[in-house]
Design a protein around this ligand. Sequence first.
Ligand SMILES: Nc1ncnc2c1ncn2[C@@H]1O[C@H](COP(=O)(O)OP(=O)(O)OP(=O)(O)O)[C@@H](O)[C@H]1O
Ligand SMILES: [Mg+2]
Length: 159
Amino acid sequence: MKQSAARQTLAIHLADEAATTALAARFARTLQAGVVIYLDGNLGAGKTTFVRSVLQTLGYEGRVKSPTYTLIERYEAGGLQLRHFDLYRFRDEEEWESAGFRDEFDGHNVCMVEWPELAGQLLPAADIVIAFDILLQGRTVTISAFSNLGEQCLNTLHA
Ligand SMILES: Nc1ncnc2c1ncn2[C@@H]1O[C@H](COP(=O)(O)OP(=O)(O)OP(=O)(O)O)[C@@H](O)[C@H]1O
Ligand SMILES: [Mg+2]
């Protein structure tokens, strides 16, 4: 998981859960096939809340469960294939291959990864990192782009 310097960064205060879901709804509309997104932030910071709102905005109507135990959940919505990882319980590097996780990063799937640091060097680099900080009230979120694809998404978010 090598990461170069961010090309562009956007910091936003999210006063409450509704602000998190509203930002995720805007972000959903910027997504393109193949984008790799890391979601950083402590337990309960809002990573899954964000992904759930992205999926719902794209039209997914089922339940969006946290992949805490399954490590991955797969979705199709809004004309995209999406993969939601939660690597909090990931310990076994061999499982990365055997479970087919490497194959999910195929330049086509949108991959959203909670706890990316737990995959060590196995994980492909992110196009976008969304980092949540827990405040006494609300959150701050910092969205950073690390590639052309990531910058395209951020530019659409600004627009
Ligand atoms: N901007 C916000 N201000 C205050 N509370 C928020 C905000 N956004 C989300 N929350 C709340 O914070 C909690 C976030 O839980 P969530 O499961 O999304 O966290 P997570 O980052 O995925 O944690 P984990 O690492 O355990 O998977 C929820 O209870 C949600 O209501
Ligand atoms: Mg989560």
